[in-house]
Design a protein around this ligand. Sequence first.
Ligand SMILES: Nc1ncnc2c1ncn2[C@@H]1O[C@H](COP(=O)(O)OP(=O)(O)OP(=O)(O)O)[C@@H](O)[C@H]1O
Ligand SMILES: [Mg+2]
Length: 308
Amino acid sequence: MTMQQPSNQAPLLDVENLRVTLRTAEGPFDAVRGVSFRLGRERLGIVGESGSGKSMTARAILGLLPHGGCLRADRMQLGDTDLCDLGDRAWTRIRGKRISMVLQDPRHALNPVKTIGRQIDETLCRHLGLSRRDARARTLTLLDAVHIRDPERVYRAFPHEVSGGMGQRAMIALMVAAEPEVLIADEPTSALDLAVQNQVLNVLDEQVVGRGMGLIFISHDLDLVSRFCDRVLVMYGGEVVEELPADRLSDATHPYTRGLIDCAPRLGQGRQRFKTLDRAAISLALRHEPADLPVAGHLRGVAEGLHP
Ligand SMILES: Nc1ncnc2c1ncn2[C@@H]1O[C@H](COP(=O)(O)OP(=O)(O)OP(=O)(O)O)[C@@H](O)[C@H]1O
Ligand SMILES: [Mg+2]
């Protein structure tokens, strides 16, 4: 089932030359360095090693940078709304309503002191203007739509009272409740075992395709992204180094993408030394010195602390 948008349609999200600079003890640090992409009604994967800037790109799109963080972009457009210059009040009308985000662990992302039902009800009342009674009925329908077998029980449950897979389905229900145009899922299944992971992915897919949303799916797992997404961006050191149709990820040519593919373990390979990235070859391809890279810079500080 494909939902790629014909190229003549306007994109849901259009990001051009996005840069994010963070304030650190060592001075300004460029976590995202000129990222550009367009998102249609499709599943767009973002892969890359830890620290490559995947989450910071997502946070920038949601206007949620760490304190002191600064964002610049030539364009960051959601439909006809310019996201570059929004004030705090305007953001509250966008976040959760037109762009939502599913995070890795529902137990941290959901409010621990409110029941799951109340959290979804409140979103429906705030963003769709439903009455409490209508919201409750809609919440139960949403919980049913994400394949929760006993919606009444989960409606009354607190986040810590449900399993990881159930919590993740409840979070998907919460995040699609206001019918956003764009959903960002940041490592949504990394904390789940494989069988539950597949169930949650199927639920996510049903919701995204059924509602015609654009999905940004962030993951470390190249194999998963190649099976689940339509298109994939590969990030390294805050930049997009390669863009491919997801089902052709195995044909990637960039040394970094090839390195990531070669590092992935495969069943049946037997005991052998784990492969690591050849950073010198990647730097050569990018024409960066390794010291220029945010990850290298970040880790250098840690390494110096460990080895005085
Ligand atoms: N609050 C912060 N202050 C300073 N630097 C930060 C902060 N948050 C993240 N960073 C740095 O920004 C860079 C990009 O981080 P980001 O969280 O986007 O990585 P990521 O690709 O999502 O990694 P992971 O796969 O581990 O989630 C990293 O080098 C990280 O150390
Ligand atoms: Mg991340």
